[in-house]
Design a protein around this ligand. Structure first.
Ligand code: NOJ
Length: 579
């Protein structure tokens, strides 16, 4: 889950060129037509092949000139997503909410906030998305509600209210003393005293986000019914928010204190007793049963910042009966362009006994965009292409974040008074909050970058929106290759083969064609120097001595490269066919 507290935003270096809009096509060797021997994919669930695209609805497209994006805005941009090749969109919460955490504080799980539109608008979105074969994944927030949710209002009203036990209420240790040392992810104690009945409630996130008590069967039933509400309306599944935080130690043991302080000035702490308790797996199995009862293979995506491959693997379930796509935060947050680091993690996934479908991403609404995080401040556009290839060519279901395909940069507020995200207010100036990665989508060079016709947008349009780059055309070519090259599709497990495992600069791998047609060689130079490498692919059944360029940046002079003596430019990306 949230990584932003761990990554120093101060470390961001904003570089030169950037952002914006559909521009000139990058290189270019036209994709082959889909070969007739392409393996059949009928049995594979859609989520093994789709590229999923995260939409932060406040910032995608405003249709009613209020400066905030909305459902009709998303519908109006479906053609763009379809043309890009997106198979599913995950929309972050649009439920009624006081918006303390911009929708992650839900006040009603079975309605939409009028700010975003009506259920009729949603139905139209679903119908239009279906016409374009785009699935819609809802965000589901099971760990906590808003303090304005009627359930919590009832719960806090007295110690004997029937909903009292729907939340985590405890007595303090003494006057003014919370029950233990647990800390909120968003700073300071995780306990809030409520004078109404003289007890503390637990909130893993903001004070206004009380945690639900998942040990209570009534809570489970209510939440599963809420999931069914959206499945009945055609949702293709859920991204499950903060699922590793669902349970806390019933004995309220203090968390271990670690050296140092965090961005909020609190002692560092290991969230040992509030994170990843084994009970979460029972809930995930129950949620899986809820979605499995529906046709069309609805998917569960877990947002859980798993510390290692062992924990990540557990999210699939012992019998593959939990989450189909656990988000891989290990790979998302390598946070430096390092071939050995990426190779190690990719190899770990391949060698994991779970054999689940990997789910990689590099950007989302909680952490600085990959453009800044992996860019060196000078070659960011080129590095963005390299990261695009790293996302779209391994064996994974890729998850993109809106604007990634046009190289949108992180634009944090420069003054505390402009901050929207409360953690930016709590943690200023060290923690500036998440506004920087949530700025409006930059569609074109019109007013407000085509996002809105309002006089004022909820977050400003970054000045970089006026600049052009060729990142979008590179993404488009990658999407085309995913269609035309069977080896880049996910039909067989094990078709990712790591190459040159000791190279400190160049990450290379082979996507092996299961049908013995052309395989695809991917070479990514993660260093700022040119390198020459040698590939010996004979033991992998590759007889050819050269590789034919399918897509590369910068564009190489030859259309074919010798495997014995393969030269790659600084931060170069090469994707070629071999057989
Ligand atoms: C994770 C979400 O991605 C983040 O935006 C939110 O603040 C927390 N969960 C709390 O719901």
């Amino acid at each position: 889950m949230l990584k932003f507290a761990k990554f120093s935003r101060l470390a961001l270096t904003l570089g030169l060129c950037l952002a914006a809009i559909p521009a000139l096509a990058q290189q270019t060797h036209s994709p082959k037509a889909v070969p007739s021997h392409a393996p059949q994919t009928k049995q594979d669930p859609w989520w093994k092949h789709a590229v999923i695209y995260e939409i932060y609805p406040r910032s995608f497209q405003d249709s009613n000139r209020d400066g905030v994006g909305d459902i009709n805005g998303i519908t109006s941009r479906l053609d763009y997503l379809h043309d890009l090749g997106i198979g599913a969109i995950w929309i972050t919460p649009m439920y009624p909410s006081p918006l303390v955490d911009f929708g992650y504080d839900v006040a009603d799980y079975t309605a939409l906030d009028p700010l975003y539109g009506t259920l009729a608008d949603f139905e139209r979105l679903m119908a239009e998305a279906k016409k374009r074969n785009i699935r819609v994944i809802m965000d589901f927030v099971p760990n906590h509600t808003s303090d304005q949710h009627p359930w919590f209002k009832e719960s806090r009203s007295s110690r004997t209210n029937p909903k009292r036990d729907w939340y985590i209420w405890r007595d303090g240790k003494g006057p003014g003393q919370p029950p233990n040392n647990w800390q909120s992810w968003f700073g300071h104690s995780a306990w809030q005293f409520d004078p109404t009945a003289g007890q503390y409630y637990y909130h893993h996130f903001y004070v206004e986000q009380p945690d639900l008590n998942w040990r209570n069967p009534e809570v489970r039933k209510a939440m599963y019914d809420a999931m069914r509400f959206w499945l009945n309306r055609g949702a293709a599944g859920f991204r499950l928010d903060a699922v590793s935080r669902l349970f806390e130690d019933p004995n309220l043991r203090d968390d271990p204190i670690l050296p140092g302080k965090n961005a909020y000035g609190d002692p560092n702490i290991q969230h040992k007793y509030t994170d990843n308790l084994p009970e979460i797996h029972e809930v995930l199995r129950e949620m899986r049963k809820v979605v499995d009862a529906y046709p069309g293979n609805p998917v569960l995506i877990s947002e859980a910042d798993e510390p290692n491959i062992k924990e990540l693997t557990k999210m699939y379930g012992t019998h593959n009966d939990e989450v189909q796509l656990p988000m891989d935060f290990q790979i998302a947050d390598v946070n430096k362009l390092s071939a050995p680091d990426f190779r190690k993690l990719l190899d770990e996934v391949e060698n994991s006994p779970a054999h689940g479908q990997p789910h990689y991403f590099f950007s989302n609404h909680d952490q600085p965009r990959a453009w800044d995080r992996y860019g060196d401040g000078v070659h960011n556009d080129q590095i963005a292409k390299l990261m695009a290839a790293l996302l779209l060519t391994p064996r994974t279901t890729p998850l993109m974040y809106y604007g990634e395909e046009i190289g949108m940069r992180t634009t944090p507020p420069t003054r505390k008074e402009d901050v929207q995200d409360p953690i930016g207010k709590i943690g200023w100036p060290e923690e500036k909050g998440r506004d920087g990665e949530r700025t409006p989508m930059q569609w074109d060079t019109a007013k407000d970058a085509g996002f809105s016709a309002a006089d004022h947008t909820w977050l400003p349009i970054p000045p970089s929106s006026a600049e052009y780059n060729s990142i979008l055309s590179f993404y488009k070519r990658l999407f085309e290759l995913r269609q035309s090259e069977p080896a880049l599709q996910n039909m067989r497990e094990g078709s990712y083969v790591s190459l040159d495992r000791d190279d400190p600069n160049v990450l290379a791998f082979l996507r092996k064609n299961p049908a013995n047609g052309d395989s695809v060689l991917v070479v990514l130079n993660m260093s700022g120097e040119a390198h020459t490498v040698k590939f010996d692919l004979a033991s992998l059944g590759i007889k050819g001595t050269s590789t034919k360029t399918l897509l590369a940046a910068p564009e190489p002079e030859q259309t074919s490269m010798p495997l014995e003596h393969f030269a790659i430019a600084p931060f170069g990306v090469f994707i070629g066919s071999v057989h």
